[in-house]
Design a protein around this ligand. Structure first.
Ligand code: SF4
Length: 699
């Protein structure tokens, strides 16, 4: 007898459907769910090996642990003792220093229900907005771009548009490795329709770029110059949709003047590519009937991330390629549920259902629903601000859920100093491999994928249900249950009486009623029995909404999309004679984030078992570096030592480090974020991971 459970992959934002098969003896295997519309039965290497992370529980945190000071060893305690201590410490700091002295740092891998309860607890009952997540490191520049241009944080299109498009612009993304099932759909579409064009913008010749009809191997930080030059070409050659611009947008006239200022030849020189290639991109986009742009961290993780997003959205708005089959801007979410987190308002400037903390009416609507007099209007600290606040004493306590900031945040030396300075650190995680545990005063074991129920929203606004097929190991509990128990210990139990996660979900969807993200027609029961749906789903009879803006009406006040004219200069740190190379960072194909899960699956570590530095042959020769030599990459913030991988796949003047390795799995010597900059985009507060000035020498 085999039990079959339908669920969703817990890695990236593609959100593939998974069938988990469980034998009578408890053995588990996984395969793609052919009925899931996003993935149609496919899984990538990470998804196909999910069962190894479930069956091997050797690294799992099994019970709560606590210590009274950092010199002492962690000791096993009961859940009651652990949460009573946490509540006592939080109450003491709140009474003495105010509610902003505490905060939660969560993750785009949390389920929607988990985000909802922690958001409600801190904003509604503790009285601070200090909840931010690692989604700040991922999609926040795209969120601000969408809001400024379209009036709402809303991905307009669906994966089904892939098969309807005839031109793709993939910028700052490597879906062949990082969103593999989306890429397989693109590949299959191009194989069946050779006239389909791929344009890839990336300083590296990735596997995605190898498939391209046109690879624009730009200098890092020049994307806005490139996009504005393409816009200028589209305008001058009459490839724009004047009817759409006139009836559905605002801001075109000043945009046209701005992009006309820059000579195309000069733009090509700034970007480090040929003028011919810019003209070619203009022709491909201009002649297309269906144009999709896709982007990820290469655009978002930038000090000018919002400007890059707006410049890209402008290409759609001037050509009218939005709200139509096979057309639209399509941000590729890094994490599986960054979208769900935003839907419940799980960032320090948001409230449920994409409401804005800055809007008094939005605050009152939520306060009334939660049964509290008012909400604190002061924005909370964002991800990097939170650790700065811990370091300088403005924050005293932090609760870290489902993320490993000592590897994943930029300039991790600062994070280490912050955690040392913190008076109280709670780490709620599934794995004992998280580097952050070294600084924990309290460790709370969380249930893993397959040990809890809940929902996630993928990159195409599709909400999927995650089934429970195993009991949690040891004394681990679902994250939402841990937060609810803590809320009771804090004295807020009257507002946190949830018999199961479905009740949390019902409360969340009720708050979306009548908003642009209305999903009040959804429930756990409906998702479990009828399958996935794309929001808005405003009624139980609604079948969801695959495509937004089909009527040319946007979510702005005027109902017109906004063509924003943005400056095209980069604001990253300057290169110098001492630090002449640009360091960019990213993922490799078979690893996920800080490798606490994928790093212990042999089949996955075989792909690229160790960290490395990609360097161009000319830069290597200049430094006397040969293949596999250990090199030192350094700047004023720190250093990394890894073997060199000499390749023409990377632009001269640029070097690349994978972002996965931290202390536990290799040593701090391979941790890319020893070097990354703590500059952030002024609007999105997303860090500038993709541009750090470094020098490289032979060890
Ligand atoms: Fe999982 Fe993403 Fe791979 Fe799909 S593409 S199986 S969601 S990691």
């Amino acid at each position: 007898m085999v039990e079959i459970h339908k669920t969703t992959c817990c890695y990236c934002g593609v959100g593939c459907g998974v069938l988990v098969k469980k034998n009578r003896d408890g053995r588990i295997s996984v395969e793609g769910d052919p009925e899931h519309p996003s993935s149609k039965g496919m899984l990538c290497s990470k998804g196909m090996n999910l069962h190894y992370t479930v069956m091997d529980t050797s690294d799992r945190l099994l019970y709560p642990q606590m210590r009274w000071n950092r010199q002492a060893a962690l000791q096993r305690v009961t859940w009651d003792t652990a949460l009573e201590r946490a509540a006592a410490v939080f109450k003491t700091f709140i009474d003495k220093y105010g509610p902003d002295s505490v905060g939660f740092y969560a993750s785009g891998q949390c389920l929607t229900e988990e985000y909802y309860v922690v958001n409600k607890l801190i904003k509604g009952f503790i009285g601070s907005n200090n909840l931010d997540t690692n989604s700040r490191l991922c999609m926040s520049s795209a969120v601000v771009g969408y809001k400024m241009a379209l009036g709402e944080d809303s991905v307009p299109c669906s994966y089904e548009d892939i098969e309807l498009a005839d031109c793709f612009l993939v910028a700052g993304a490597n879906p062949a490795w990082n969103h593999p099932i989306v890429f397989r759909r693109m590949e299959a579409h191009k194989a069946a329709n050779p006239r389909v064009k791929f344009i890839v913008v990336d300083p590296r010749r990735t596997d995605t770029a190898r498939m391209a009809d046109l690879h624009l191997q730009v200098k890092p930080g020049t994307d806005v110059v490139l996009l504005n030059a393409i816009a200028k070409g589209l305008i001058s050659r009459g490839y724009i949709d004047e009817h759409f611009i006139k009836n559905h947008t605002e801001g075109f006239d000043s945009f046209r003047v701005k992009v006309a200022e820059r000579d195309m030849r000069e733009a090509a020189k700034i970007c480090g590519i040929s003028l011919h290639d810019i003209h070619q991109a203009v022709e491909y986009i201009g002649k297309s009937k269906g144009f999709i742009s896709m982007w990820a961290m290469g655009f978002n993780q930038s000090v000018i991330g919002v400007n890059k997003n707006l410049a890209l959205l402008n290409l759609h708005l001037i050509t009218g390629h939005i709200g139509k089959p096979g057309s639209g801007p399509f941000s590729l979410t890094g994490q599986p549920n960054a979208m769900g987190g935003r839907e419940v308002g799980g960032l320090s400037n948001l409230l449920p259902a994409h409401r804005n903390l800055a809007d008094p009416q939005h605050r009152q609507e939520v306060a009334d629903f939660w049964g509290v007099p008012s909400l604190n209007p002061k924005p909370g600290y964002t991800a990097t601000e939170m650790f700065q606040a811990l370091k300088d004493g403005r924050m005293k306590a932090i609760w870290i859920m489902c993320t490993n900031p000592l590897v994943s945040l930029p300039n991790v030396q600062l994070v280490e100093e912050a955690l040392k300075a913190a008076k109280f650190v709670v780490v709620q995680d599934v794995s004992n491999r998280s580097d952050t545990l070294a600084f924990a005063d309290l460790v709370l074991p969380a249930a893993a994928w397959g040990e809890k129920t809940g929902t996630m929203t993928n990159s195409e606004r599709r909400v999927s249900y995650l089934n429970k097929f195993n009991e949690p190991v040891g004394e681990a509990l679902p994250d939402s249950e841990i937060i609810v128990k803590f809320a009771h210990k804090m004295g807020f139990g009257h507002a946190f009486n949830y018999p199961h996660s479905a009740a949390i979900y019902d409360e969340h969807v009720y708050l979306t009623k009548g908003t642009n993200v209305d999903m009040s027609g959804l429930s756990h029961e409906r998702l479990r029995t009828q399958g996935t749906l794309q929001w808005p789903v405003p009624a139980p009879q609604s079948e969801g909404t695959p495509r937004l803006f089909t009527d040319g009406q946007f979510f702005t006040t005027s109902r017109k999309a906004q063509i924003k004219t943005v400056p095209d200069d980069n604001q990253s740190e300057a290169l110098s004679d001492d630090l002449p190379l640009v360091l960019t960072t990213g993922r490799i194909r078979d690893q996920w984030h800080t490798m606490t899960k994928t790093g212990r699956v042999n089949k996955l570590t075989q792909h690229l078992p160790k960290a490395f530095l990609e360097i161009h042959p000319a830069d290597a020769t200049e430094r006397g570096i040969k293949e596999s030599n250990i090199v030192v990459i350094q700047n004023g913030r720190g250093e990394v030592q890894v073997p060199a991988k000499i390749t023409t796949d990377i632009r001269q003047g640029v070097v690349f480090l994978p972002m996965h390795w931290g202390k536990i799995l290799q040593s701090n010597a391979a941790r890319a974020n020893n070097l990354t900059s703590d500059l952030i985009d002024p609007l999105s507060k997303e860090p500038d991971f993709k541009f750090a000035a470094v020098q490289v020498t032979k060890f």
